[in-house]
Design a protein around this ligand. Structure first.
Ligand SMILES: Cc1cc2nc3c(=O)[nH]c(=O)nc-3n(C[C@H](O)[C@H](O)[C@H](O)COP(=O)(O)OP(=O)(O)OC[C@H]3O[C@@H](n4cnc5c(N)ncnc54)[C@H](O)[C@@H]3O)c2cc1C
Length: 576
């Protein structure tokens, strides 16, 4: 059996930042970090637009309080305001630390870090490295992991959380290259497993964003929080769904319908293209529904709108958003200097996740905590984004709460906390049986076929707009699809480098996560942030100003609610 004082699952911004903080607090703490990809290939690397902080380099009027207010208003008042205070107060400091680690941010003429406008932010506060911000930050963090003697297990797939007597004790993991299974025990386990965009058929997320950490947490009977709040980013490149960063609109691009009108005027007259994402995604969907979408031949009645950069000029496009230009050119053959890009909403971000307190400790329910179990980053719900995240607040969450959770883990592990006792053999046998079964199953359903039908169901039944009837039908379909899982077969029977086997396990994760999303959405009979019910179009603070906790079991999902922390900004109507 392997052992580390601390084992972290996930090598993205949250996991890497936490690992470095633990080492900084106490270099003698033995830290292991597992990732099913190489850490440099975590989805964080794809982040484009930037990371928010009230540095005041461009806008001296900015303040952490203004950043906090924008975040809470953007969240439709569902964010926990104590967590938002930590996020926004610590933001300037963590950015400077990143700079000192070697992150190459874009600069102003005088050498200070440059800052740009972003949706829902009332000041120019988004720091960036052109449109490759995630790449710039992640590379520095991962380099530093090696320098600080963090043991990295890359391309190991974590299959199970070992959780006994309300305590996280370790993991069961599978080496993708050799097919070897290992149990690793630890005094503290941290999940930083990222999002779950792959629940939907069109997403900006990478193939690894399958919500494994959430599924493993739910599998041991712990709740998931606010799963109904899924962010659909307004500008996914049509038809592939790949992200065109909000930075493009931050730098001045327009959204236009088939009449050539800047339709955001109707939906958010003040903020226009820089309204928050929930509002902009709904506006695009409504334009398309009203027949003002555009077809590939340029005529009306199609299912995308235009993102127009042509007035910005080649020099600005190539210096500020070169990667977005390249994506459109490479993937759909559009030269954005001279013609508009085709875009439509794409599943992008999960506001919900594993419920944690502001120290990153995982909750057992609305009132009690677990032992030895921590989470941060997109897989966690702390909750700084509530019902809708503002752009450039997620990288910030990963860094602020990654660091903070690292600090708290170092404290928790302390000098002499003993290792937990576990019996590894039973866990290894169970995992081997699961793998053997998947390899030997002789069912009739092709894995990819089942996955496609599931992703289509989620996109049709739980997308930008939702109703009771559509979601009830979706829940029923998911039940049937889950039952079909035992009937899949794999083409690849190899015991090593079997990516189909990994996909089969990931499918189990997205099935579980999808059911939690649909059921949580079905029970919330109001519209708030990204959760938009056509049958309940207004926000209902009387009944639903609370966080959803969903508990998954074989019988289905049960729902409870937990209070929101409101200590600074009283809920108001949200106007832009
Ligand atoms: C295209 C795109 C652009 C974005 N742009 C921005 C932006 O400009 N600004 C912003 O604030 N936010 C942005 N976001 C959101 C932001 O990038 C993410 O929320 C954030 O990077 C998530 O980081 P993370 O550390 O939580 O997880 P990730 O970076 O997703 O890392 C997850 C890690 O967990 C590992 N893992 C998962 N499951 C397992 C398993 N079963 N076994 C082993 N390892 C596992 C993976 O291998 C990976 O290392 C963007 C997102 C996308 C998709």
């Amino acid at each position: 059996m392997l052992q580390h004082d601390v084992i972290i699952v996930g090598g993205g911004l949250a996991g890497s930042r936490a690992a470095l903080e633990i080492k900084k607090q106490n270099p003698n703490i033995d830290v292991g970090l597992v990732a099913k990809t190489h850490p440099i290939r975590s989805h964080s690397v794809a982040a484009q637009g930037g990371i928010a902080a009230s540095l005041k380099n461009v806008d001296p009027e900015d303040s952490w309080e203004a950043h906090a207010f924008d975040t809470v208003k953007g969240s439709d008042y569902l964010a926990d305001q104590d967590a938002v205070e930590i996020l926004t107060k610590e933001a300037p400091e963590v950015i400077i630390q990143l700079e000192h680690m070697g992150v190459l941010f874009s600069r102003l003429e005088d050498g200070r870090i440059s800052q740009r406008a972003f949706g829902g932010h009332s000041h120019k506060r988004t720091c960036y490295a052109a449109d490759k911000t995630g790449h710039a930050i992640l590379h520095e963090l991962v380099n530093n992991l090696r320098r600080n003697n963090v043991k990295i297990y890359d391309e190991w797939y974590v299959m199970e959380l070992i959780f006994e007597e309300n305590q996280a004790k370790g993991l069961v993991m599978y080496h993708i290259e050799t097919g070897k299974l290992e149990v690793v025990r630890a005094k503290a386990v941290m999940f930083a497993t990222g999002g779950y965009g792959r629940v939907f058929n069109t997403t900006s997320n990478d193939y690894a964003s399958t919500g494994d950490g959430l599924a493993m947490t739910a599998a041991v009977g712990l709740p998931l929080e606010d799963m109904e709040f899924v962010q659909f980013h307004p500008t996914g490149l049509f038809p592939v769904g790949v992200l065109i960063s909000e930075a493009v609109r931050g730098e001045g691009a327009y959204l236009r319908n088939s009449d050539g009108d800047r339709f955001m005027e109707k939906y958010a007259p003040k903020q226009m293209e820089l309204a928050p994402r929930d509002i902009t995604s709904r506006a695009i969907t409504l334009e398309i529904r009203a027949g003002r979408g555009i077809k590939p031949d340029g005529s009306a009645g199609g299912n995308f709108v235009h993102l127009d950069l042509t007035h910005m000029g080649k020099e600005k496009i190539m210096s500020r958003v070169p990667f977005c230009w390249e994506e459109a050119e490479r993937l759909v053959g559009v030269d954005a200097v001279v013609e508009p890009m085709p875009v439509r909403p794409t599943a992008h971000y999960s506001m919900g996740g594993i419920p944690v307190n502001t120290d990153g400790r995982v909750r057992k329910n609305g009132t009690e905590l677990t032992e030895g179990f921590f989470a941060a980053g997109e897989c966690a719900c702390v909750s700084v984004h509530g019902a809708n995240r503002l752009g450039s607040n997620s990288l910030l969450e990963c860094i602020v709460f990654g660091r903070r959770t690292g600090m708290k883990i170092a404290e928790y592990v302390g000098g002499d906390r003993p290792f937990p006792n576990i019996e590894p053999q039973a866990y290894l046998d169970q995992a081997q049986t699961r793998i053997d079964q998947l390899l030997q199953q002789t069912g009739k359903t092709r894995l990819h076929d089942l996955k496609q039908r599931f992703q289509d169901t989620m996109s049709e039944h739980c997308s930008v707009f939702r109703t009771d009837e559509i979601m009830a039908a979706g829940i029923e379909q998911i039940q049937n699809l889950k039952a079909e899982y035992d009937n899949i077969f794999l083409d690849d029977k190899a015991t090593h480098w079997n990516t189909e086997l990994i996909e089969a396990m990931e499918l189990q994760s997205i099935l579980k996560v999808g059911e939690a999303i649909l059921t949580s959405a079905y029970h919330r009979e109001e519209s708030r942030g990204a959760h938009s019910r056509e049958d309940f179009p207004v926000r209902n603070d009387q009944e639903y100003l609370g966080h959803t906790l969903s508990f998954c079991s074989d019988e289905g999902v049960t729902i409870e609610y937990m209070p929101v922390v409101i200590n600074r900004f009283e809920p108001k109507e949200r106007k832009y």
